[in-house]
Design a protein around this ligand. Sequence first.
Ligand code: ATP
Length: 334
Amino acid sequence: KTRVLTGITTSGTPHLGNYVGAIRPAIAASRAPDAESFYFLADYHALVKVAEPARVQRSTLEIAAAWLACGLDPSKVWFYRQSDIPEIPELTWFLTCVAGKGLLNRAHAYKAAVDRNRAEQLDDDAGITAGLFMYPVLMAADILLFNAHKVPVGRDQVQHIEMARDFGQRFNHLYGEHFTLPEAAVEEQVATLPGLDGRKMSKSYDNTIPLFAPRAELKKLIAGIVTDSRAPGEAKGTEGSALFQLYQAFASSEETATFAQDFADGIGWGDAKQKLFERIDAEVAPLRDKYEALIAKPADIEAILRDGAARLRAQYAAPTLARLREAVGLRDLS
Ligand code: ATP
């Protein structure tokens, strides 16, 4: 079976980008008969970005409920919270000891932070934590612990999968063939959704449309999407339009072609936003009802997560770590 692994950082409320880019395709893929799917709530990763305990906890609950509302079946896939698997940070240390520092220096997220400091004429590493610098190693542990074959990611994450391969390969070279080297699966047809301000929709940019915003809020947020100043009756371009890209992610190709024609015919922005609202709401409304029911019972979600982690530890994580501890020369804990 092909093992496929997907995580979402518990750094805020799940948004339409997480749905279109991760949740919707991952659930579709998990229905393939030859897939063994791993879905996790990346709460150790959240600590790199968020030092707000209540936010991390709330986000964990919301993202778990979102997966379940969208059709994840915890009896058919592995569904767990990263921090329920202590073997992950232990493996992170083993990999840290084989990871090239020079390679980590070149990681996009770290380099982007350095570039921002330089632009402001600060020291290169001002305000940068070792957590931000090291997170590709944690990510490698997430993947290698379960010998995942495929990791569906956006283009910007391909480099991190290559790093996971590199660390895995070095470990294998030193200690024997323990790890399967993962492949990044870049889903070309999966769009990167723009946020309200036109940049990539991201929990970190505060520009998101929450996946399960109540209808009235969804409508209000869509009304706030940036557009140009063209008046009704003036032809509008679809190229670079956040509104159009969002519509496309939720519509069939015929509907999208009709919407493009509306743009050419000079649809007013108010009408275009109304159409977008209706399209998104049609897909999300039935899921929203399930989400509301789930989120009202946090203890049930907690039980699902604990059960998933306990089974996963027993079947994969604990025996794998026992082998790895022995391979590197540490004591057997059992
Ligand atoms: P953060 O700002 O905390 O990094 P994020 O909202 O950008 O959060 P992640 O939790 O890092 O998202 O990513 C979870 C998944 O959602 C990944 O598979 C990622 O590719 C996908 N994803 C995130 N944002 C978008 C987006 N705007 N469009 C499409 N997919 C997205």
